[in-house]
Design a protein around this ligand. Structure first.
Ligand code: CO
Length: 298
């Protein structure tokens, strides 16, 4: 990437980092999930950027892809283990960062396991390192604490306007020989759990992205696609964002269902740890430099 693009990635990372830290004051017992999500997304807008995806608020055994729906009255509970995953898009560049807050105070070690795994992974990453071996270091760091990494969730390469640009950083040891190269950008996100270490889809979906924007006959659905393309491009968006734009919630929810059935959009179902284990997550976006990493979301 050229210097200009790198500067944009640095700026996206700085904003993501600032919003991550500022958002921590919102995470408390009885706080409204919708308020946390909307306030955090507002913080991103105030920095002159856009959310690269809806703020994910995943609680306890929910690992990822949950964001409150329009009109949600859910609140954080006394013992909730809360994962906040924030994406910032600035001039196409993306910063992706996450943290876990343990409101009940009983999962401190689990949180520490995910944080240490992230630290250990970043320490070993440099050009020439195989992604499968990074998974090995993450796995070992988490198991040292007596927990399991989530094997079917991974970190991911990021490119401009592309949140998941193909290459994955596994959270367990694999024989994937893909080697890091100077100039690559990755989100590294270890998930530690008290369960068996696998997530499965729930039926619930709050997050979508355009898959194949094409000519659509149904007028209502076409309006949704046009709105999504203009405002979110190919990046993930929340059902509640679309509902804000259109008068009828029923129209939006039927439109999205229709678009999904016809493969115009894809769904990101809520992901739950299969054994109901508690889940902690830590995440940074990093740039592979000549001899190591530059943490963009430090
Ligand atoms: Co993330």
């Amino acid at each position: 990437m050229d210097e200009k693009e790198l500067e944009n990635f640095r700026q996206a990372g700085r904003i993501a980092s600032k919003v991550r830290e500022d958002s921590k004051s919102l995470i408390m017992v009885d706080a409204s999930l919708l308020d946390i999500a909307e306030t955090t997304e507002q913080m991103i807008a105030e920095e002159g950027a856009k959310p690269a995806f809806p703020v994910n608020i995943s609680i306890n055994e929910i690992a990822a892809h949950y964001t409150p729906g329009a009109g949600s009255i859910e609140m954080l509970g006394e013992k909730d283990l809360v994962k906040i995953d924030i994406g910032v898009e600035f001039e196409g560049a993306i910063g992706d960062t996450a943290y876990t807050i343990d409101l009940g105070g009983e999962n401190g070690n689990l949180v520490k396991a995910s944080e240490e795994a992230l630290e250990e992974a970043l320490k070993m990453m440099k050009p020439g390192v195989a992604v499968g071996s990074i998974g090995g270091v993450i796995e070992e760091a988490i198991k040292k604490h007596g927990y399991r990494p989530i094997a079917n969730l991974t970190g991911h390469m990021i490119k401009s306007n592309d949140l998941h640009a193909g290459v994955e950083i596994p959270n367990v040891k694999t024989d994937d020989p893909f080697e890091l190269m100077e100039g690559d950008v990755f989100a590294v996100e270890p998930f530690a759990t008290t369960g068996g270490g696998y997530v499965a889809d729930l039926n619930q979906v709050e997050i979508y992205s355009l898959f194949a924007p094409a000519k659509i006959r149904m007028q209502q659905s076409r309006k949704i696609v046009e709105y999504a393309l203009t405002n979110f491009g190919m990046l993930p968006f929340a059902e509640r964002w679309v509902m804000k734009e259109f008068q009828s919630k029923v129209m939006v929810s039927m439109g999205l269902k229709e678009l999904l059935k016809n493969h115009f959009i894809r769904a990101y179902p809520v992901l739950r740890e299969s054994d109901g284990g508690m889940v902690a997550q830590s995440e940074h976006t990093i740039y592979i430099s000549a001899d190591g990493v530059e943490v963009l979301t430090k």
